[in-house]
Design a protein around this ligand. Structure first.
Ligand code: GDP
Ligand code: MN
Length: 378
């Protein structure tokens, strides 16, 4: 799960990580009130969207007076950043930047541990730094049973700083950021940039946290921040109905029993040059209600041009599935092509039931996939 900068800053603050004063706003009028409230000359108007790269997209602007606040608030609130409409902005006290650093904890699958990444080249170009000059990013693997004790935090802080007050505040930030990362079940806790101000203070002027979805059941404070996208809303309602469903952007709707077969089906579609619209595991039942619900999910997606049903009959018998499909499609009004591949127990019986009906029957997965891909291209 992703969070907004203002939400991550709220969490950071509660762990003692220094952030500038900021106020969340929804309109330009709010922004003016916030500007007056902050009682400072220069503020930063910042888009709050669940995406990075706001600065580069024009979603972060310095405003030096009321007129500029109104102008930038209005223009940023009417922007889209990476397709996401900006509905909230942050009015934040501006800082005088001396230098910008990158600090982030994340999970590294290669070392199977939490890693800390640091760089002197923080700011909006960190991706370029990472790809073109990776040696400018320092990486530290964190031992889970050691964590981030004082001595280690200080030792690491020396990578970026020499002066003792800077080293001490950096060490404090590292300890707090690690603590927040662990305690909140985060998959990313990032400050980019962490700035050294002209007054020699270290401040997190940006904050980014993402969380492990599987831990949200025990992170109620974080879950309260959840703002599902349209696709996520569909996925979670599918979950409530007992489906395992992931939306994708292709045009072949897939209905499969078993997660492994569902993944293999998607691979096969790709192999034959098509694009799956979704991953859908309907589980091991031939229940017509489940088929109806599943089809509803697929047909709600207007991009779906063809449906591929791929069933392996193990405990579920193929003739039961075929009867389930026939019953279900009495209630489904759609002339979309539906290709069915049944294999396993009673497969022949199942296929025979579906012949000369609205279904297109295939025997092998290859045949079914070719038919689906072909039909999606017409
Ligand atoms: P991002 O582009 O989405 O990562 O947004 P950031 O919050 O990181 O802001 C992008 C850039 O705007 C930063 O790297 C800074 O260079 C600049 N910026 C943000 N806040 C301030 C500020 O208070 N003062 C100054 N001078 N620049 C700022
Ligand atoms: Mn940033």
């Amino acid at each position: 799960m992703k969070t907004h900068e203002y939400q991550a800053k709220q969490i950071f603050s509660s762990y003692g990580i220094p952030v500038e004063k900021h106020i969340l706003c929804f309109t330009a009028e709010d922004a003016v009130k916030a500007y007056d409230g902050l009682d400072t000359e220069t503020v930063v108007v910042k888009a709050q969207v669940l995406s990075g790269g706001r600065g580069k997209a024009g979603g972060v602007k310095l405003a030096r007076n009321k007129e500029e606040v109104v102008f930038y608030a209005d223009s940023i609130l009417s922007m889209k950043i990476k397709e996401l409409p900006v509905k909230k902005i942050l009015i934040s006290e501006a800082v005088q930047i001396d230098s910008e650093y990158y600090v982030g904890f994340t999970i590294d699958r290669n070392s199977k541990s939490v890693i800390l990444m640091l760089s002197r080249e923080g700011g909006v170009d960190i991706e370029t730094v990472a790809s073109e000059t990776p040696e400018k990013i320092y990486r530290f693997t964190i031992e889970p049973f050691v964590g981030m004790p004082d001595y280690l935090a200080k030792k690491i802080a020396f990578t970026l700083f020499k002066e003792s007050t800077q080293v001490n505040s950096m060490a404090k930030i590292l300890k707090s950021l690690y603590q927040v990362f662990i305690e909140k079940d985060a998959s990313l806790a990032e400050i980019n940039p962490l700035v050294l101000t002209k007054e020699n203070r270290l401040v997190a002027i940006d904050a980014k946290m993402t969380f492990d979805d599987n831990a949200l059941y025990r992170q109620t404070e974080i879950l309260a921040f959840f703002e599902p996208t349209e696709d996520e809303k569909i996925e979670s309602s599918a979950k409530e109905k007992g489906f395992s469903f992931v939306k994708m952007d292709g045009d072949i709707g897939c209905m499969v029993n078993g997660a492994g077969l569902a993944m293999a089906t998607m691979d096969m579609i790709k192999l034959y040059g098509g694009n799956p619209a979704n991953f859908l595991d309907i589980g091991g039942s031939s229940n017509p209600d489940k088929v109806i619900e599943g089809m509803r999910l697929l047909l709600n997606d207007k991009r779906v041009k063809v449906v591929l049903i791929n069933i392996f009959g193990g405990i579920t018998r193929c003739d039961d599935v075929a009867n389930g499909l026939l019953t279900a499609f009495q209630k489904i009004e759609s002339d979309i092509p539906v290709i069915v591949r049944l294999t396993g127990t009673n497969e022949k019986k199942g296929r025979d039931l579906l012949r000369n009906t609205r279904f297109i029957v295939a025997e092998t997965m290859g045949e079914a996939t070719r038919l689906a891909v072909g039909s999606s291209k017409n």
